[in-house]
Design a protein around this ligand. Structure first.
Ligand code: SF4
Length: 177
C-alpha cells in the first residue's frame, strides 16, 4: 500500500482500532454525555470520571483523531467527552488544527468516492460475466454458478446503495432519491 492509499483508508483504520480496544465499551455510555438540563456541578463530576476512563484507554489517540475528523464537540456547549477531551476542548483542537483536518476530511471523502467508483465498475463487470465461466473446472453446477453470481451482484448493489444513501444524507437529502 502506498502512503497515499494509507492516508485514504485512515478513517476505517481508526474505527476498527476503536471497535477493538475502546475502554468505554464496558462503561456506562451515559458517563460520556451530559443529560438535557443537567446542572454543571453533577456533569463536572461525571465528565472528570469519563476523562479518567479515556486516559487509561489504549485507543485514545485514534478516538480523538476520529472525533476531530467527525466534527464532534462545540465551542458553546459543554456536553460530551471523546478521546479524553471535553466537547469544548475538541472544538478548540479542531480550530487549532483546521488546515490539517480539512485535508484529512477531503481525503476521507476522496476515499469514499473512489470506493464507490470501484464498486460500480465491479458490479458492471460482474453483471456482464457469463456465469458458466465461473464453474470452476466443472465443479460448480450451472445453477450454483448463477446463484453465486446473483449473490455477488446483490452484495455489490447493497454496498453501492449504502454509500450513496450516506452521501446524500450528508449533502442534506434525508432519503436517497
Ligand atoms: S478514548 Fe474514551 S471515548 Fe474514546 S474509545 Fe477510549 S474510552 Fe471511549
Amino acid at each position: 500500500m502506498t502512503s497515499t492509499q494509507a492516508r485514504h483508508t485512515r478513517r476505517a483504520v481508526l474505527q476498527s482500532a476503536i471497535d477493538a480496544g475502546a475502554r468505554c465499551a464496558t462503561a456506562d455510555p451515559d458517563l460520556f454525555f451530559r443529560a438535557d438540563g443537567e446542572p454543571q456541578i453533577t456533569w463536572q463530576a461525571r465528565r472528570a470520571e469519563a476523562i479518567r476512563v479515556c486516559n487509561g484507554c489504549p485507543v485514545r489517540a485514534a478516538c480523538q483523531e476520529l472525533a476531530l475528523r467527525n466534527g464532534d464537540g462545540n465551542h458553546r456547549v459543554d456536553d460530551m467527552v471523546r478521546g479524553g477531551l471535553s466537547g469544548t476542548e475538541l472544538a478548540a483542537a479542531r480550530t487549532a488544527q483546521a488546515n490539517r483536518l480539512t485535508a484529512a476530511v477531503d481525503a476521507d471523502r476522496d476515499t469514499e468516492g473512489r470506493l464507490l467508483d470501484d464498486l460500480v465498475i465491479e458490479l458492471r463487470t460482474e453483471a456482464g460475466l457469463n456465469p458458466d465461466g465461473r464453474r470452476n473446472g466443472g465443479r460448480l453446477r450451472q445453477t450454483e454458478a448463477r446463484t453465486e453470481q446473483d449473490l455477488r451482484i446483490r452484495a455489490l448493489a447493497a454496498s453501492i446503495r449504502q454509500i450513496r444513501t450516506a452521501r446524500r444524507a450528508r449533502a442534506g437529502w434525508e432519503v436517497a432519491a
